[in-house]
Design a protein around this ligand. Structure first.
Ligand SMILES: [Zn+2]
Length: 153
C-alpha cells in the first residue's frame, strides 16, 4: 500500500486519532461548512493506524480551537489528540478528555425535557455514566443520551 503524504502545515491545529467516521462531525464542531472555510483544511478519513486499526485526521491551517470545541470533540472522538503547530513545529500536544459534567454542549434526547423548552433559558446538563461507550444522563429528566454526535449543540 502506498502511503499518502500530506503537506505539513505551518501554523494551525492537527486533530489526530479521530474515531473513524467522525471527521465530518469534527468539521461541524469547529465551524467548517461549505461556506465557512477561510483557511486550508485537510481531511483524511479511514487512515490505517498503528494504535487502532483506522482513524480520521483533520488539519486546519491558521486556527486554534477553543475549550468548548475541544470538549465536544472529546465527546465523539475520545481518543483524539490535539497538536498545535507553529512555524512547522508541534508546540503543544494533548489528549482530549471528556468533561465530568457536560453543560450546554449536547441536546437532551427527550423532547419534553425542560432543557429543550423554547421559553426556558435552561442549559442542558448531563453527568457521564459511562465513558466507553460514552453515555450521558440528563440532570433534569434522567433520560440517557447515547447518540452524542447527532445531538451536539
Ligand atoms: Zn433531559
Amino acid at each position: 500500500m502506498r502511503e499518502v503524504k500530506v503537506t505539513p502545515i505551518k501554523n494551525g491545529t492537527v486533530i489526530d486519532h479521530i474515531t473513524p467516521g467522525m471527521a465530518l462531525h469534527v468539521l461541524r464542531i469547529i465551524g467548517i461548512s461549505e461556506t465557512g472555510v477561510r483557511s486550508t483544511v485537510s481531511v483524511l478519513m479511514h487512515v490505517p493506524s498503528h494504535k487502532v486499526k483506522f482513524k480520521d485526521i483533520v488539519k486546519v491551517e491558521d486556527r486554534e480551537l477553543d475549550k468548548s470545541q475541544v470538549d465536544k470533540i472529546a465527546l465523539i472522538a475520545p481518543d483524539a489528540t490535539i497538536n498545535i503547530i507553529r512555524n512547522y513545529n508541534v508546540v503543544e500536544k494533548y489528549h482530549v478528555e471528556p468533561p465530568q459534567e457536560v453543560v450546554g454542549l449536547v441536546r437532551c434526547e427527550n423532547p419534553g425535557c425542560i432543557s429543550n423548552a423554547p421559553r426556558e433559558p435552561v442549559k442542558s446538563r448531563f453527568s457521564v455514566v459511562s465513558k466507553s461507550p460514552l453515555r450521558l444522563k440528563c440532570h433534569y429528566c434522567e433520560r440517557e443520551t447515547t447518540e452524542i454526535a447527532k445531538n451536539l449543540l
